[in-house]
Structures are given as structure tokens and as C-alpha cells.
Design a protein around this ligand. Structure first.
Ligand code: ADP
Ligand code: MG
Length: 223
């Protein structure tokens, strides 16, 4: 078996001097290309968990490995974020003064790549998410669903082996949300990336390789 893309061992994350236990001893191994859906009530620790896997935060206890990198400090966090992870948030977190293509190019800026190649990659990704004709549009003029599609293109820009999505349709109406979810599904199939998706969409959970539930900081099978 190949090396797991994610390996968490005994991961805990507490806040406020231990009064708040957001993630309470999680073991999780995710294989390359695997699709994991996570559901759970608000406040159960889903975002905290995703932020730990996404190397945006460090655990209070336990170990986090992503793509073979042990996440322990600023340096390893940055390396994981730039090489291993594409993150799609509930809020699109795009840069409002930039057009769609420039937003998609942002993760490519630290790489050794000509501006022409960067632009080409951004246009290909916008094509992939069905926005090939909007690359010059300022993201402020795009609809909620279109912005989330730009955010997905941006998450894919550096070809990460792992996509993380934290309720990516939480701010969209159900029809637009379904379209964005269908897109997540399609890009995953085309990129072979593993996907860890926090969602309340039951249909989508049914298509996942594994459906897990967060409950009071614990992660277990959904049924
Ligand atoms: P979910 O995404 O499932 O809604 P979160 O991971 O956001 O849950 O939060 C889990 C718990 O941790 C909640 O009780 C929340 O208030 C708390 N929490 C999350 N982040 C922080 C923080 N930075 N400081 C203090 N408490 C936090
Ligand atoms: Mg959350």
C-alpha cells in the first residue's frame, strides 16, 4: 500500500487553556485519492480538524502527517500548505481587487514559473470549472456560485494531492450548492486528489468512500 496522504495519531486541540476541547483524540488515516465526507453538528470540531489537517493550526497533543511531512512548526506548515493542500472554505476568501485569473494565480506566485505559464495554468483551471470566459472579470461582479468555482480553481492551481473543503456550499442556495458540489466531484475525478469534505449534503456523503461523523471532538463512522 502506498504512503497515506494523511495520518493523524492521538490528535487533540484545546483552546482557552484547556476549557474548550475542540478535537479530542483523533486517529485518522487517509489513502491517496480517497474521498472522505464528514458531517456533524455545529461546534462539534469539524473546522478545527480540517485546519489541523490543512496545516493552518498545530495540535495541542498528538501527531499530524500530511504527504509524509510531519507538521510541527511554521516551516513544515508552510511546506504542507504550498505543496500538499488545496483548501476551499465556506467563504470563498478571494482577493476582491483582483480578477478571476489573478486570484487563481496566487498560489503559483512563490513557484518558479513564468508569468505567462502562470496565466496559462489559471486559464486552464477556469476552463475546467466552467468559467473560461470570465478570467478577466473582477471577482466582485461574480455571483456566489461563480466565486466558489474560482475558489475551487485556485485550490487546484498547485496540483495538490489533497483537497480540503469546509462546508463549501454553506453560503449558497441549494441549487447553486448542488452545482458547486457536482463540480467538486468532477474535479476530484479529473485530478485524482484525495478529498476531505465537510458537508451536510447527504447525497454527496453517500458517494464518499467513507462517511464519518464528528461528535464532541470525536470522529467515528456515520451510521
Ligand atoms: P464546527 O466546525 O464543527 O462547527 P469548530 O471546529 O469551529 O466546530 O469548533 C469546535 C469548538 O471549538 C467550538 O466549541 C468552538 O467554539 C471552539 N473553538 C474553535 N476555534 C476556537 C478558538 N480559536 N478559540 C476558542 N474556541 C474555539
Ligand atoms: Mg465549521
Amino acid at each position: 500500500m502506498s504512503e497515506p496522504i494523511v495520518k493523524l495519531q492521538g490528535v487533540r486541540r484545546v483552546f482557552e487553556g484547556g476549557r474548550v476541547v475542540a478535537v479530542d483524540g483523533i486517529d485518522l488515516t487517509v489513502q491517496p485519492g480517497e474521498f472522505i465526507a464528514i458531517t456533524g453538528h455545529s461546534g462539534s470540531g469539524k473546522s478545527t480538524l480540517l485546519n489541523l489537517i490543512g496545516a493552518m493550526d498545530l495540535p495541542s497533543e498528538g501527531t499530524v502527517h500530511v504527504g509524509g511531512i510531519h507538521v510541527t512548526d511554521r516551516r513544515s506548515m508552510e511546506r504542507v500548505r504550498s505543496e500538499k493542500i488545496g483548501f476551499v472554505f465556506q467563504m470563498h476568501n478571494l482577493i476582491p481587487v483582483l480578477n478571476a485569473a489573478h486570484n487563481v494565480e496566487v498560489p503559483l506566485i512563490p513557484m518558479r514559473m513564468s508569468s505567462r505559464d502562470r496565466r496559462k495554468k489559471a486559464e486552464e483551471l477556469l476552463e475546467l470549472v466552467g468559467l473560461g470566459d470570465r478570467s478577466e472579470s473582477n471577482v466582485r461582479v461574480l455571483s456566489g456560485g461563480e466565486r466558489q468555482r474560482v475558489a475551487i480553481a485556485r485550490a487546484l492551481a498547485h496540483d495538490p494531492p489533497l483537497l480540503l473543503a469546509d462546508e463549501p456550499t454553506g453560503n449558497l442556495d441549494s441549487h447553486t450548492g448542488d452545482e458547486v458540489m457536482a463540480l467538486m466531484h468532477r474535479v476530484r475525478a479529473e485530478t485524482n486528489a484525495a478529498l476531505i469534505l465537510v458537508t451536510h449534503n447527504e447525497d454527496l456523503c453517500a458517494t464518499a468512500d467513507r462517511h464519518l461523523r464528528m461528535q464532541d471532538g470525536h470522529l467515528g463512522p456515520a451510521d
